[in-house]
Design a protein around this ligand. Structure first.
Ligand code: ACO
Length: 356
C-alpha cells in the first residue's frame, strides 16, 4: 500500500506538467517565465480555463469577468460577513466560500476570495470594506481593497508575478480534493470549499505564515544552527523545505526570489532568510541523508507577501486567490473527462468473532 499515493497517476491532464527531477513546470505549454512576462495572472487564467469555461478566452475577457464578479461578490457580502468577521481569517474565508450558491460561476468563486480577505482584514481593524474597482486586475484591486488606497506599481507587479507563478501546479493535494469532489457531480462551489479546506494545512498552502514565524524565532534565538538542530533532533519539520514532487529544485522558488529582490525589501530580513536557507539545507542533508530536501516556494512567497504589506495570517488565503483558478481548471477538466474517484482501502481491523 502507498498511503501518500506517491507516483500514482490519478488523472490525465492538459493543464500543467510538473517535472520534479528536472525542476520544470509547463502550464499548457508555457513556462512560468513566459506566463509572467507575457500573460500575467488574468492571461494565465485565460490559458488554463480555455475550452473548459468557454472558448476564445483572453486576458482582457478574464480581467473584465473577474471585475464584474468582484462587484457581485461585494454585493453579496452580507450573506457571510456577520458570521465570518467573528472568526479567525482562515475560518472566515471558509465561511465566505461556503456561502456561495450551487450555480456559482468560476469567476464568482475566484473573485469571492479577494473580496472576503480584504473585507475581513479591514473589518477586524475597525475599518469599512472598500468596494471593488472592476477595471483593475485582481492583484491591483486586491491591494487597493486591502489598504484603502492604490498600491505602488512595484507591489502590484510583484503580487501579479506571485499569482501567476502559483496558479496551477499539477495534481497538488488541494486540486486533487477539487477533482474528488466534482467527480461525484457535485458543484464547483463545493469543489472550491473542499480544495480550500485541504489547502489550509501547514504541509500545503498553510506554510508561508509559519515560515515567517520560523524566521522571527530563529532571528530572536541568535543561533541559526542551534535552532535548526534542535528542531530536527526533536523530529519537527522546517517550514519552507521539501516537496512531494520537486526533489531537486522548485523552479518557482527562483522566480519568486527575483520578484522579492525587485521590491527593495528589508535587506536585514533577506540576509537572515538567506543564512537560514543555507544552514537548513546543510542540516537537512545531514539529518535525512537518503532524501533530497530542497527549498520550496514558501520562504520567498512569505518574504514577498510580507514586503507588500499582506498580514501574515492572510498569506495562505492570498495564495488561495491564485490557486483557486487551478482548482477550478482541474475540477472542470475532471467533469469533462474523468470518472468518479473511488479507491479502496485495505482492511486491517478485527474480524467478526463468529464467522458466517
Ligand atoms: N523538515 C524536516 N524534515 C522533513 C521536511 C522538512 N521540511 N520535509 C520532509 N522531511 C522528512 C520527513 O520527516 C521524513 O523523514 P523520515 O523519512 O525520517 O520519516 C522524510 O523527510 C520524508 O517526508 P515525507 O513526509 O514523505 O515527505 P513528503 O514527500 O510528503 O513531503 C512536504 C512533502 C509535506 C511538503 C514536506 O516536505 C514538509 O512537511 N515540508 C514542510 C512544510 C512545507 O514547507 N510545506 C509547503 C509545501 S509547498 C506547497 O504545498 C505549496
Amino acid at each position: 500500500m502507498n498511503s501518500g499515493l506517491e507516483g500514482v497517476i490519478a488523472a490525465e491532464t492538459v493543464l500543467s506538467h510538473v517535472d520534479g527531477q528536472k525542476g520544470a513546470i509547463w502550464v499548457r505549454g508555457h513556462t512560468i517565465e513566459d506566463l509572467i512576462e507575457n500573460h500575467g495572472f488574468e492571461g494565465t487564467v485565460a490559458i488554463i480555463w480555455e475550452g473548459f469555461d468557454g472558448e476564445g478566452l483572453t486576458r482582457g475577457k478574464i480581467r473584465d469577468g473577474f471585475g464584474a464578479a468582484r462587484k457581485r461578490a461585494f454585493a453579496q457580502m452580507n450573506d457571510w460577513l456577520g458570521a465570518a468577521a467573528k472568526r479567525a481569517l482562515l475560518e472566515g474565508v471558509r465561511i465566505a466560500l461556503a456561502a456561495l450558491p450551487e450555480d456559482s460561476t468560476p469567476a464568482d468563486i475566484v473573485s469571492t476570495l479577494p473580496i472576503a480577505i480584504a473585507a475581513l482584514v479591514r473589518t477586524r481593524e475597525g475599518k469599512s470594506p472598500v468596494a471593488p474597482d472592476p477595471m483593475l486586475t485582481t492583484a491591483a484591486d486586491f491591494l487597493r481593497m486591502l489598504k484603502g488606497s492604490p498600491a505602488p506599481d512595484s507591489d502590484i507587479r510583484a503580487l501579479d508575478t506571485y499569482f501567476t507563478t502559483v496558479s496551477e501546479n499539477g495534481l497538488g493535494t488541494s486540486s486533487f480534493a477539487a477533482r474528488v469532489t466534482v467527480s461525484t457531480k457535485a458543484s464547483l462551489a463545493s469543489a472550491a470549499v473542499s480544495a480550500y479546506s485541504a489547502f489550509t494545512g501547514p504541509l500545503h498552502g498553510g506554510a508561508p505564515g509559519p515560515v515567517l514565524d520560523m524566521l522571527d524565532e530563529i532571528e530572536a534565538s541568535g543561533n541559526i544552527d542551534g535552532w535548526i538542530e534542535q528542531k530536527l533532533t526533536s523530529g519537527q519539520r522546517l517550514m519552507g523545505f521539501g516537496h512531494r514532487v520537486f526533489r531537486i529544485r522548485d523552479p518557482r522558488a527562483d522566480v519568486l526570489r527575483s520578484a522579492v529582490a525587485s521590491l527593495n525589501p528589508d535587506t536585514g530580513r533577506l540576509a537572515v532568510a538567506a543564512a537560514v536557507e543555507r544552514a537548513a539545507l546543510a542540516a537537512l542533508k545531514r539529518h535525512k541523508p537518503g532524501r533530497s530536501l530542497q527549498s520550496n516556494i514558501e520562504m520567498n512567497a512569505a518574504l514577498l507577501l510580507d514586503a507588500i504589506g499582506v498580514p501574515r495570517d492572510a498569506f495562505t488565503q492570498v495564495f488561495a486567490i491564485a490557486r483557486c483558478a487551478g482548482w477550478i481548471a482541474n475540477a472542470l477538466e475532471q467533469k469533462k473527462t474523468g470518472r468518479m474517484i473511488r479507491p479502496v482501502s485495505n482492511y486491517v481491523g478485527p474480524r467478526p468473532l463468529v464467522s458466517t
